[in-house]
Design a protein around this ligand. Structure first.
Ligand code: NDP
Length: 384
């Protein structure tokens, strides 16, 4: 519906009202399947390091292949070869956008059903136990297994990084090629695509950081997560680019300067604060952190109370939000549609900040209370 709204000039919520665009098409199913199989094959590329993640049920650290960047680069090369070779017309992919979404939905539904009906049990993967009153639909939606593996492929890692993020980059690149074919590329379109690709590349370069996130370590994989990675991330995150293709908005070169500045500031806050926190968590005795003030937690670790995490309690979320808003601004202010991903991300990160704080309070107890006293703001000093 959101994609459809971008196509029509009025913002009436006409469900799939754009004439002539199919919502089901077998060739779209083949495209999504081929992309999924390609990413599975690329997972086996003998490059990139193997990282140790959380502890599995068998007392051994789970291992993850970190070659997402290489998989991404090879997928880009393949896309460009197909495009330059005349095999692929980017505009044709655009014309099948609705059927690509429905194909992604169908494949994630089948994928989740298989995982639900034949759960993969390995010695390292924990199985989630629900209480006896939990409905099967809830188990299907939220998932029953923490870390299911298919050969060397960790399914959660695979869908998050390879389907979600590489799929998002491919949608952006396809939109870019479409604009070249239609000769309607603009500064605003280029800005949004470049910003999003920087964000995706940074994620892929530092792929290991996903292994310590809350959904990766604490949440099982079920239909909601799989659907999110097949649909939400690739199609919803690239909505501002799609919007600009449908409703071009030209911006003056000078207005690009503050937008780039906002993105740059957001990126620096996001990158540097994550670097500081991840580095400190890995090696708190590193001399690079010797000047920072810390509080000792009863859990055995320490909390940073100066540096980025002494400024606000979630500086990385603030950076994330600033970047997301920066890549909406080139779309102008005629519609709320391109701002929806940023608004949703803002709401998600606000909620996530509360959840993280709850679990940190349980884990670090008095040390966390003391941290909150010394660093009273969550996202923006003196505001929130
Ligand atoms: P964080 O990166 O903020 O990690 C939270 C953990 O960091 C806490 O559980 C705690 O771990 C540790 N920590 C918190 N405060 C301190 C402190 N002061 N000193 C030392 N350690 C501290 O959260 P996420 O894992 O959720 O996010 C990772 C990245 O992913 C972020 O950059 C976020 O912006 C991004 N993200 C983006 C989303 C989007 O939709 N755009 C969605 C989700 C994440 P411990 O208890 O082990 O010490």
């Amino acid at each position: 519906m959101l994609l459809d709204c971008c196509r029509s000039s009025s913002e009436s919520w006409v469900l799939l009202g754009s004439a002539g665009i199919p919502i089901w098409d077998w060739s779209s199913v083949c495209v999504v399947l081929l992309f999924t199989v390609l990413q599975m094959v690329l997972y086996y590329l003998p490059v990139g390091q193997v990282a140790e993640g959380k502890m599995g049920c068998d007392g051994k650290h789970l291992k993850y292949k970190l070659n997402g960047l290489y998989a991404f680069l090879l997928t880009v090369v393949l896309l460009l070869v197909l495009w330059f070779g005349g095999v692929l017309r980017a505009g044709a992919v655009m014309d099948k956008i609705f059927s690509l979404v429905t194909a992604g939905m169908a494949i994630s539904l089948i994928f989740s059903l298989v995982l639900f009906l034949c759960p993969i049990r390995t010695p390292s993967s924990a199985h989630v136990t629900y209480d006896s009153t939990a409905k099967p639909l809830l188990k299907f939606a939220l998932g029953q297994s923490m870390d299911p593996h298919l050969g060397i492929i960790d399914i959660k890692h695979f869908v998050m990084v390879r389907i979600g993020f590489i799929g998002w980059a491919m949608m952006d690149l396809n939109y870019l090629l479409t604009s070249v074919e239609m000769k309607n590329w603009s500064l605003s379109l280029l800005l949004v695509i470049v910003f999003q690709l920087i964000y995706i590349l940074d994620f892929l370069i530092d792929e290991g950081s996903v292994l310590t996130t809350k959904e990766f370590t604490e949440e099982p994989i079920g239909f909601i997560m799989i659907l999110g990675e097949f649909i939400w991330i690739p199609f919803f995150s690239s909505l501002p680019v799609y919007f600009l293709l449908q409703r071009p908005n030209s911006i003056h070169f000078l207005s690009a300067v503050p937008i780039c500045l906002l993105f740059g500031i957001g990126f620096l806050i996001y990158y540097l604060s994550n670097e500081q926190k991840d580095g400190f968590r890995k090696n708190p005795n590193d001399p690079a952190y010797a000047r920072l003030n810390t509080i000792r937690s009863p859990a055995g670790s320490s909390l940073l109370v100066s540096g980025w995490f002494g400024w606000v309690r979630h500086p990385n979320y603030l950076g994330d939000i600033l970047m997301m808003f920066a890549w909406c601004l080139p779309c102008g202010f005629t519609s709320v549609l391109p701002y929806l991903p940023a608004l949703q991300c803002f709401q998600l990160l606000r909620k996530r900040a509360n959840e993280i704080e709850e679990s940190c309070l349980k884990k670090h107890r008095e040390a966390w209370r003391e941290y909150c006293r010394r660093v009273p703001y969550k996202l923006l000093p003196y505001v929130y």
